[in-house]
Design a protein around this ligand. Structure first.
Ligand SMILES: NC(=O)C1=CN([C@@H]2O[C@H](COP(=O)(O)OP(=O)(O)OC[C@H]3O[C@@H](n4cnc5c(N)ncnc54)[C@H](O)[C@@H]3O)[C@@H](O)[C@H]2O)[C@@H](O)CC1
Ligand SMILES: [K+]
Length: 482
C-alpha cells in the first residue's frame, strides 16, 4: 500500500535515480493498453477520456499502444491548457502520428458514441474537490454507457487515499464508476473498497526509490506560505555539562533546518558559551555545572511550550544525569529526539513520549540492540529492536537505518569526513526541527538525508578537514535539494 504523498516522494526519488517521470508515464500508458487488450479484441472501439494533467498523459500514451483498435482520444479542455510538459509532449506525439484526437472544452459538446471500452484518464491523484466541468458530465456519460470502464490509476473523482468521492459532503459527488482500475507501482489504500477489479502495474520505479531516502523525502516538509512565527517548529535542546559545544551545535542546526524558535536548557556554567555562539538562541541556565535530578521540574516546564525536545547533546554520562533523563522521560508526554548519553536510559524507561533515538552502532548495542555488517541484515535487526522499544530509531553508519519498527528506510548520503566530533549533535538538531513539522519516521529519514547532503557539500569544499559547523552552514542548501 502506498499513499499519494509517498507516491509523489518515490516518484521524485526515481527521477533522482535516473528514471524520469516521462519514462514512468510510458510504462503507465503501456500497462493501461495491456488491460484494454485483455478485455477487448482488436478492432473494438475504445474511447479515451483524458484530462489535462499526467493522468491524461497516461491516456495519450495508452492510445499509442492501441493501434490495433478503433481509438478516439478525447481531451477534456483545450490543448493549450494541458498542465504538464510531459503530457503535452505525448499529446503532440499523437497529432504527429495521426492518431485521431478531439478536444472538448465545453460539457455541452460532449457526446459518447457507444464504445466497447472507455478509458478514464481524466483525473488521478491530482484531483481536488468535486469533479468540475467538463469532467463531471463526461463521468456521468461514461457511467450511463454499457462500455467496460477502465480507470487509469484511480477512478476520476475518487480520493486514492480514502476511497471516498472527492466532493464528499458537497451533495455533488459524481465520480467514475469503473469496472477495472489499473493503478501504478503499488496498491492504494482507497481502492480496496471499490467495486472494481484492481490491477497493480509495475511501471519500473526502482526499488531503491522507496528503500533509500532521496529528494522526494523532503517534499512533505514544504512550508505553508501563510504560516506565522512558531508554526514551523519550536524546539528545546536539553544538553551540555562536560561538553559545552554540543547543545549549541544541535540548536543552531535546528534553526538552519527551519525551526522558528530554538531554546536551550543547559547548566549555568555552559549557558554563557552557548549564548556566545549565537544570538538567535534563547538560553535558560540550570543551576550548577551538570544537569541532574534537581532540574526535572524546570526542564518539564520549559519543554511544555515546544513541539520537540532534543535530549542528550553534551549531557555526559554519570548517575545524576541518567537519573535526570529517566525522571524527565517518565513525566514527559511529547515528542523528543534522544541522543548520546541519554540513549541508554530509553529501553528501561516507562514513558508516554514519542521518541526518535539516534544511536551510532556502539550506542545501539549499549541500548541492548543488535547490529550486523550487511546494511539489509542490520536493517532487519534494528527494525525488530525498534518494535521492541516502541520508538523510532535512526542508527547512524555508512548506511543509516531509519525505522519505526514497521517501515524501514535507508540513507546513504554522508561521507567518512563526518566522523569528526559534533556531526551527531548537528543531526539531532536537524531531526528535532523536522519532527516539529512532520511525523517522527519521516523526520528521522529526511533529517539524516539532509545532514548527509550537507556533509557531502562540506567534504566537496574541505575534504576530511570539515568540522561540524560546516554542516550547519550547508543545511539550508541541502534542504532545497531537488
Ligand atoms: N506519481 C507517479 O509516479 C506517476 C503518476 N502518473 C500519473 O499522474 C497522475 C497524477 O497526475 P497530476 O498530478 O498531473 O494530476 P491529475 O492528472 O490527477 O490532475 C491534474 C489536474 O486536474 C485538474 N483538476 C483537479 N481537480 C479537478 C476537479 N475536481 N475537476 C476537474 N479538474 C480538476 C487540475 O487542473 C489538476 O492540475 C497519477 O494519477 C497517474 O495517473 C503516471 O504518469 C506515472 C507515474
Ligand atoms: K482516472
Amino acid at each position: 500500500m502506498i499513499t499519494s504523498d509517498r507516491m509523489a516522494a518515490v516518484d521524485a526519488n526515481a527521477a533522482a535515480l535516473g528514471v524520469p517521470r516521462k519514462q514512468l508515464m510510458e510504462s503507465s500508458g503501456n500497462a493501461v493498453a495491456r488491460e484494454v487488450r485483455a478485455i477487448a479484441d482488436p478492432g473494438a472501439t475504445v474511447e479515451l477520456l483524458c484530462g489535462r494533467g499526467n493522468n491524461g498523459g497516461d491516456g495519450f500514451v495508452a492510445a499509442r499502444f492501441l493501434s490495433a483498435y478503433d481509438v478516439t482520444v478525447r481531451l477534456l479542455g483545450r490543448p493549450e491548457s494541458i498542465r504538464t510538459e510531459i503530457a503535452r509532449e505525448n499529446w503532440d506525439a499523437l497529432g504527429a502520428a495521426g492518431v485521431p484526437t478531439e478536444s472538448v472544452a465545453d460539457a455541452a459538446d460532449l457526446a459518447l458514441d457507444d464504445p466497447d471500452v472507455i478509458v478514464d484518464a481524466m483525473l488521478g491523484t491530482g484531483v481536488t474537490g468535486a469533479l468540475r466541468e467538463p469532467e463531471r458530465t463526461a463521468a456521468r456519460l461514461a457511467n450511463e454507457t454499457d462500455a467496460a470502464v477502465v480507470a487509469v490509476d484511480v477512478p476520476s473523482g475518487i480520493d486514492a487515499d480514502t476511497g471516498e468521492p472527492t466532493g464528499e459532503g458537497s451533495g455533488d459527488e459524481v465520480r467514475v464508476e469503473a469496472d477495472r482500475v489499473v493503478t501504478f507501482h503499488d496498491e492504494k489504500p482507497g481502492l480496496a473498497a471499490l467495486d472494481a477489479a484492481v490491477t497493480v502495474a509495475d511501471i519500473g520505479i526502482p526499488a531503491a526509490a522507496e528503500r533509500f531516502t532521496g529528494p522526494g523525502d523532503l517534499l512533505g516538509i514544504a512550508r505553508d506560505p501563510a504560516s506565522h512565527k512558531g508554526e514551523n517548529g519550536e524546539v528545546l535542546v536539553i544538553g551540555g555539562g562536560p561538553y559545552t559545544g554540543a547543545p549549541s551545535l544541535s540548536a543552531r542546526s535546528a534553526l538552519r533546518t527551519g525551526a522558528d524558535l530554538v531554546r536551550v536548557a543547559c547548566p549555568e556554567t555552559v549557558a554563557r558559551t552557548v549564548q556566545g555562539y549565537s544570538a538567535d538562541l534563547i538560553v535558560r541556565g540550570l543551576p550548577g555545572d551538570r544537569v541532574g535530578p534537581a532540574h526535572v521540574d524546570r526542564a518539564l516546564e520549559l519543554a511544555a511550550g515546544n513541539d520537540v525536545v532534543v535530549l542528550g547533546p553534551g549531557l555526559g554520562g554519570g548517575d545524576g544525569t541518567r537519573e535526570f533523563v529517566r525522571r524527565f522521560l517518565s513525566r514527559y508526554g511529547g515528542r523528543a529526539v534522544v541522543d548520546a548519553d541519554a540513549l541508554r536510559v530509553v529501553p528501561d524507561v516507562d514513558t508516554d513520549a514519542e521518541l526518535i533515538c539516534t544511536p551510532h552502532q556502539g550506542e545501539l548495542v549499549g541500548m541492548g540492540g543488535e547490529t550486523a555488517d550487511d546494511p539489509h541484515e542490520r536493517a532487519a535487526l534494528v527494525r525488530s529492536f525498534a518494535d521492541e522499544v516502541g520508538h523510532t530509531l535512526l542508527v547512524k553508519g555508512a548506511t543509516d537505518v531509519v525505522t519505526d519498527g514497521d517501515a524501514v528506510r535507508l540513507n546513504r548520503t554522508g561521507n567518512p569526513g563526518m566522523t569528526v566530533g559534533g556531526t551527531g549533535d548537528v543531526l539531532a538538531g536537524a531531526v528535532g526541527a523536522l519532527a516539529a513539522v512532520t511525523d517522527p519516521f519521516e523526520a528521522a529519514a529526511a533529517g539524516t538525508y539532509v545532514n548527509g547532503l550537507a556533509g557531502d557539500a562540506a567534504a566537496a569544499d574541505l575534504g576530511n578537514g570539515l568540522v561540524a559547523t560546516d554542516l550547519i552552514d550547508r543545511l539550508p542548501e541541502a534542504m532545497r535539494d531537488e
